[in-house]
Ligand binder design. Structure first.
Ligand code: PLP
Length: 405
């Protein structure tokens, strides 16, 4: 009994805490804007119709069993997933220099990518990763867990509620050569602020000049703009320019498969020979971590990506989610600027993209929304657009108006 006496109590995860407080609240009009998962217009989780169809197909397939998958996952899945993010005509795929591993969703991809870097990347001095300020909070812990120290790079500018492009570029220039930069491929979490294609070009120029390494995290392909190709622009552009890159991919959001943990890590290498060596090392790492990944979600995605009709249906489902979120942005903007005439500029609400929006309100105003209006959001003023719907958006807009006035 003495052995564990020294274990200190860890603080609860802040999002988990927020959800618990929301659940305990009995107020009828309460709103949960903390959730990082899509909700339909009735605040309910949405099982994509295409996923229901694919599930039926799996249920009636007598050839399937519960044997282990290969260590790096279902080969048809990882190949299709690589084509989805890198593009069907990707020269890197054609030249067989992409190594792909099936992972425990995007979190697992980040972890395996971080672990691989920690072992094999020739760090210039200390092991460091440059993370956008702010970023998905889990990034810090994931890299620290494998002995890589996070360093912030400027990203969000509170004055413009937009991108601090100059600060970002200056840090890219000042960082030691061969530094690793984590980049959100699209729909930056938590700000919703993405570089424009023109800005991505500028970022790629400096990364090449300084011989940096791009660690892409792509958790929202298709979910951001509604278009799978558009949301893959940055990744495909970097690969086409020959920027050394790896890509973390998740099907949690764009296929609504959160709990199935379907993801992949793709390492784009120089040539087939290098790819083979990377593959052998990823297999060794994956073996000791999880032995082999789970099969169900990977089978679903394989069906959807490799069947023309199902793929078209998936794209429609993605549009349904993305368009609902874009409609909520427009409506919130309209309510604030036209109806309520809320003080301040709210254009960032429609300029930002993806699941999240940084409203620009301060911690006191965020707290007032929680305590006075039963609207649950994180202290940094981030709201999940997926938590808004036709029933609660006016209530939210009115209360946001009250706290900023
Ligand atoms: N990366 C970012 C930026 C995210 O926002 C998320 C989810 O919120 C993830 C990765 C990983 O999510 P999952 O492990 O569910 O795929």
């Amino acid at each position: 009994a003495e052995t564990w006496q020294q274990v200190p109590l860890a603080p609860p995860d802040s999002i988990f805490k927020l959800t618990a407080a929301f659940k305990a609240d009995t107020y009828e009009k309460k709103v949960n804007l903390g959730v990082g998962a899509y909700r339909d217009d009735n605040s309910k989780p949405w099982v994509l119709p295409v996923v229901k169809k694919a599930t039926q197909l799996l249920l009636t397939d007598d050839t399937l069993d519960h044997e282990y998958l290969p260590i790096l996952g279902l080969p048809e899945y990882t190949a299709a997933a690589a084509r989805l993010i890198l593009g069907p005509d990707s020269p890197a795929i054609q030249e067989n220099r992409v190594v792909s591993a099936q992972t425990i969703s995007g979190t697992g991809a980040n972890h395996l990518g971080a672990l691989f870097l920690s072992r094999f990347y020739g760090f210039n001095g200390d092991k460091k990763i440059y993370l956008s300020n702010p970023t998905w909070a889990n990034h810090h812990a994931i890299f620290r867990n494998v002995g890589i120290e996070p360093v912030d790079y400027p990203y969000y500018d509170p004055k413009t509620i937009g991108l601090d492009f100059d600060g970002f570029i200056n840090t890219l220039k000042a960082a030691p050569e061969r530094s690793v930069f984590l980049l959100h491929a699209c729909a930056h979490n938590p700000t919703g602020v993405d570089p424009t294609p023109e800005q991505w070009k500028g970022i790629a120029d400096v990364i090449l000049e300084r011989k940096h390494y791009a660690f892409f995290d792509c958790a929202y392909q298709g979910f951001a703009s509604g278009d799978l190709d558009k949301d893959a622009f940055a990744v495909r552009y970097f690969v086409s320019r020959g920027v050394p890159s790896l890509v973390c991919q998740s099907f949690a959001k764009n296929a609504g498969l959160y709990g199935e943990r379907v993801g992949a890590l793709h390492v784009v290498s120089k040539d087939l020979e290098t790819a083979n060596r990377i593959k052998s090392q990823l297999s060794v790492l994956q073996r000791s971590e999880i032995s082999n990944p789970p099969s169900h979600g990977a089978r679903l995605i394989t069906l959807i990506l490799n069947d023309g009709a199902l793929f078209e249906e998936w794209k429609r489902d993605i549009s349904t989610m993305a368009n609902r979120i874009i409609a909520m942005r427009k409506e919130l903007h309209r309510l604030l600027t036209e109806e309520l005439r809320t003080p301040g500029n709210w254009d960032h609400i429609i300029n930002q993209i993806g699941m999240f929006s940084f409203t620009g309100i301060n911690p006191e105003q965020s707290q007032a929304l929680v305590e006075k209006a039963h609207v649950y959001l994180t202290g940094n003023g981030r709201i999940s657009m997926a938590g808004l719907n036709s029933h609660n958006i006016r209530y939210f807009a009115e209360n946001l108006d009250k706290v900023v006035r």
